[in-house]
Design a protein around this ligand. Structure first.
Ligand code: PBG
Length: 314
């Protein structure tokens, strides 16, 4: 009958501490560019990030997830592991401006390859094993720049072990791995591919990302990553995959991250712009559902808004 009683018996509480804010980073200087399909989301050059880092910190958001959007693409994704790449610069800049903000970096080749796939191509198909060496180099370059956590999102088999080995051999034993373990071949990555300019130029990602119809396969994929040394495992997307989040949480004693992806963001933005739903209520409801399903942390483009909404609510 009252808000007070509901407060006392509420089972799930969304907290700003659960949130990870994704950021797109571009080369150059003085760049702040809105992503067309994602109103309110921007691409930044590294030099523009200190105020963003400070704002996130003051809002209580503990972590960022960085994505690089390079100038130059080639068949071997060479800019992905360049020491003065946009992401490497952004890591150093953020760590200098706000050392306690946790910096997580996406490790993938799709934005860096001229064909737009997440791995190297051999004989017209994505070649798993030669891709691992490149991913390990990328992860190491992020660790050298100061990343706290590296997050491989390519879905190649064996990448967690390859990255763990490369990090350990170079003395980066304290850099953690957040593995995109159960990543589905989803229609909901559309706006991200515009933001990161990473759509595949031929074919699709079905040979390495999972079939949305499968759930046992998610358990196998997560199991492999945990065995190989993943510290945090991820389910992606989030909203259509709450059952997977719950199953992973109940099966494995490791922290589970859920990625509420670009399409989930764009969908709520469009519906609220059309006057169909209330943005704040819809976002808080969806994120609470993701947490209720079992997620320990949520990657969301709404993180800044949510932090403000939770603040005024308190
Ligand atoms: C890279 C990657 C993708 C996303 C995160 N890392 C896109 C893809 O697989 O095409 C999607 C994130 C989002 O949609 O918000 N492999």
């Amino acid at each position: 009958m009252s808000e007070g009683i509901r407060d006392m018996v509420r089972e799930t509480e969304l907290s700003v501490k659960d949130l990870v804010y994704p950021i797109f980073v571009v080369p150059g200087q003085g760049v702040i560019q809105e992503v067309k399909l994602m109103p309110g989301v921007f691409r930044y050059s590294a030099d523009m990030l200190p105020p963003v880092a400070k704002e996130l910190k003051s809002l209580g958001i503990p972590a960022v997830l960085l994505f690089g959007v390079p100038e130059k693409k080639d068949s071997t994704a060479s800019e992905a592991f360049s020491n003065d790449g946009a992401v490497q610069k952004a890591i150093a800049t953020i760590k200098e401006a706000e050392p306690s903000l946790v910096v997580i970096t996406d490790v993938c080749l799709c934005a860096y390859t001229d064909h737009g796939h997440c791995g190297l191509i051999k004989g017209g198909v994505v070649d798993n094993d030669s891709t691992l060496e490149v991913l390990a180099k990328v992860a190491l370059s992020h660790a050298v720049a100061g990343a706290d956590v590296v997050a491989p999102s390519d879905m190649m088999d064996g990448r967690v072990l390859a990255i763990r080995t490369a990090l350990d051999e170079s003395g980066y034993t304290n850099v953690s791995i957040m593995a995109y373990s159960a990543k589905y071949a989803s229609a909901f990555y559309g706006p991200f591919r515009e933001a990161a300019d990473s759509a595949p130029k031929f074919g699709d990602r079905k040979t390495y990302q999972m079939d949305p119809a499968n759930s046992d396969e998610a358990i196998r994929e997560v199991g492999l990553d945990v065995e190989e040394g993943a510290d945090i495992v991820m389910v992606k997307p989030a909203l259509g995959y709450l059952d997977i989040i719950r199953r992973v949480k109940e099966t494995f004693p490791v922290p589970v991250a859920a990625y509420s992806v670009s399409g989930e963001y764009a969908m709520i933005k469009a519906a609220s712009a059309a006057g169909a739903i209330d943005e704040e209520r819809a976002v808080l409801e969806v994120l609470t559902s993701i947490k209720r399903a079992g997620a320990d942390m949520i990657i969301t483009y709404f993180a800044r808004d949510v932090a403000r909404w939770l603040c005024t609510f308190l």
